[in-house]
Write a new protein. Structure first.
Length: 247
């Protein structure tokens, strides 16, 4: 579904990505792991049209989307839930969700999708008229993912969904990510510093280091790789709960 070839991205003359290549098959969860400054967020920003690509290509469903405007990329079916959540703080939860559906005109389908969102994240339904800036970090993360889903994407880019969230809510959010993939059939490209979590729910992983991919393999192989275990793997949420969708 998504293919990146020899991608280079720079900020003010400082290179962030040095010719990375990766593939995300339809229906899969693929993860990018690595430390701070590795280039994970830059990869997602380039895919979604926020960061300018210096060279290389990004192909989504056979269509070259390299450096297309962000709103055109969303309209093609690719949505981005950014690092730091970036909710509209002064708008209500419901208004944030409607902002996610801004490009859509199918009002009946939007109402139906809202109900599906409330099934995934019932806490959001309880806070519909609450200002998004007053939500907890975990609730804001739920809202950021839900807002992205309201654009009705085929592929979802998730950037650091566990960042700054209480552990009990991290498990809930990752269980919902599994559910979104399995029940809604969405393809997911996941950036996550918590490598244990990411490698437990994804099928394939890429390890980034200073803007270069140094490893890529099935997540089972990466989890047993001594170098990956030494550099990235520590304590984590038990995998059985995630594998079962949190049930």
């Amino acid at each position: 579904m998504l293919e990146i070839r020899n991608l280079h991205v720079s900020y003010g003359g400082i290179a962030a990505l040095h010719g990375i290549s990766l593939e995300v098959p339809a229906g899969s969860i693929v993860t990018l792991i690595g430390g701070n400054g590795a280039g994970k967020s830059s990869t997602l920003r380039a895919i979604s049209g926020i960061a300018k690509v210096a060279s290389g290509s990004i192909v989504f469903e056979g269509r070259d989307i390299t450096n297309k405007p962000a709103h055109e990329i969303v309209a093609l079916g690719l949505a981005h839930s950014p690092e730091g959540r970036m909710v509209f703080s002064n708008l209500t939860v419901l208004e944030n969700l409607h902002m996610g559906a801004h490009l859509r005109r199918d009002r009946n389908a939007i109402s139906s999708d809202l109900e599906r969102i409330f099934t995934l994240f019932p806490r959001l339904k309880e806070r519909l008229q609450q200002a998004a800036g007053t939500l907890s970090g975990g609730e804001q993360q739920m809202l950021a993912i839900a807002r992205a889903l309201m654009s009705k994407p085929k592929c979802l880019l998730l950037d650091e969904p566990s960042l700054g969230i209480a552990p009990i809510l991290v498990q809930t959010i990752f269980s919902r990510i599994v559910e979104i993939n399995r029940e809604l059939g969405l393809t997911i490209l996941l950036v996550e510093q918590n490598a244990n979590l990411a490698l437990r729910i994804a099928s394939h992983g890429y390890v980034l280091e200073t803007g270069r991919i140094i490893l890529n393999d099935t997540t089972d192989s990466l989890r047993s790789n001594p170098a990956v275990r030494s550099a990235y793997l520590g304590e984590s949420i038990p995998g059985d709960a995630l594998a079962n969708g949190g049930n």
